[in-house]
Design a binder for this molecule. Structure first.
Ligand SMILES: *[C@@H]1O[C@H](CO)[C@@H](O)[C@H](O)[C@H]1NC(C)=O
Ligand SMILES: CC(=O)N[C@H]1CO[C@H](CO)[C@@H](O)[C@@H]1O
Length: 292
């Protein structure tokens, strides 16, 4: 299905050079927009959009209706690039395809990456519509060798054995909490551990209970490969995930969720999440300048 796999340094370089030739934007912040969060790019000014299929070497979505694009633009004074639509392991992409854009961001001069998506709540205290700031993750596919850094290490990106104990920038997490509280989001802003599973099936009850025992607060089918590759190459990472459902942990409980209500909450919170991200972008760039 995905026949062309372009993951050598020369491939990354060519794509980067092509993009830099086509745009005057020099993004400092990259935003990976999760499903339903593509609107994040709409608030940007001076937008320039590239469809994935037009970018050399870029993986292309073969799923109808899942056309992806890179959007360059400015949020206030910060130059950003937004990734609308991304690639999942369960679709059949290799992990180097899934993480291809992250290395392009690095080579373009991006310093911080904001990753957003939806996930299922494992922590019994979480409610649908909560926004979880990712404090740490468990790379379950990585345990089984499905890891984006397997294979020869390219020192031009990072070291062989990268540290992951601080994968999610503490400064950015603190900033997210501060901005969230300014925006009146504190009562549904959480902090926790995200676990990635490969999917595509949702968890069984026994699996969900196992994840709870392991200390996971939420579970999803993406983000961790991108975060791992970003950290490997020295990018600052912030991960935000919207809890769109509660994972069932109980055989006897009848699910009595009002689906319309859930959709309504998620839509509302997705809008707030976008506001949070937009506000954060300006501030995190400021923070990064102050550190230099
Ligand atoms: C970028 O532009 C330069 C100068 O015009 C050109 O030599 C080079 O081939 C271009 N690179 C790509 C990948 O388009
Ligand atoms: C990129 C990504 O993680 N997308 C997922 C976001 O969450 C929704 C809902 O759980 C999934 O359907 C997407 O695949």
């Amino acid at each position: 299905m995905h026949t062309h796999i372009c993951c050598s340094f020369d491939d990354y370089k060519l794509t980067t050079e092509w993009l830099l030739n086509q745009t005057n934007h020099r993004p400092k912040v990259a935003v990976i927009c999760g499903s339903g969060l593509g609107l994040l790019a709409d608030g940007a000014t001076n937008k320039q959009t590239f469809r994935y299929q037009d970018i050399p070497n870029f993986p292309v979505s073969t799923v109808p209706g899942h056309e992806g694009c890179l959007v360059f633009g400015k949020i206030e004074d910060t130059s950003c690039v937004f990734m609308k639509g991304h690639f999942h392991l369960y679709e059949g992409y290799s992990l180097c395809q899934v993480t291809f854009p992250v290395r392009i961001f690095k080579l373009m001069g991006v310093e911080s990456v904001l990753v957003t998506n939806a996930s299922g709540g494992i922590c019994p205290d979480f409610k649908v519509g909560d926004i979880m700031i990712i404090k740490d993750h468990i790379n379950l596919p990585g345990f089984a060798g499905q890891h984006p850094l397997c294979g020869p290490n390219d020192e031009r990106f990072g070291i062989r054995f990268p540290c992951m104990s601080d994968a999610y920038s503490k400064d950015l997490r603190t900033l997210a909490l501060d901005v969230g509280s300014e925006l009146g989001c504190s009562h549904f802003l959480r902090s926790g551990v995200y676990c990635m599973v490969s999917g595509p099936n949702f968890e069984t009850i026994a699996e969900a209970r196992m994840l709870l025992t392991l200390g996971c607060d939420s579970v999803g089918m993406s983000m961790v490969p991108e975060v791992t590759v970003a950290k490997h190459s020295g990018l600052r990472v912030l991960g935000l995930t919207l809890i769109t459902n509660k994972v069932s942990l109980d055989y006897s409980r009848e699910e009595k969720v009002n689906h319309d209500e859930v959709l309504e909450i998620c839509k509302m919170r997705a809008e707030l999440l976008q506001k949070l991200v937009t506000t954060l972008i300006g501030r995190c760039q400021l923070q990064s300048i102050n550190r230099h």
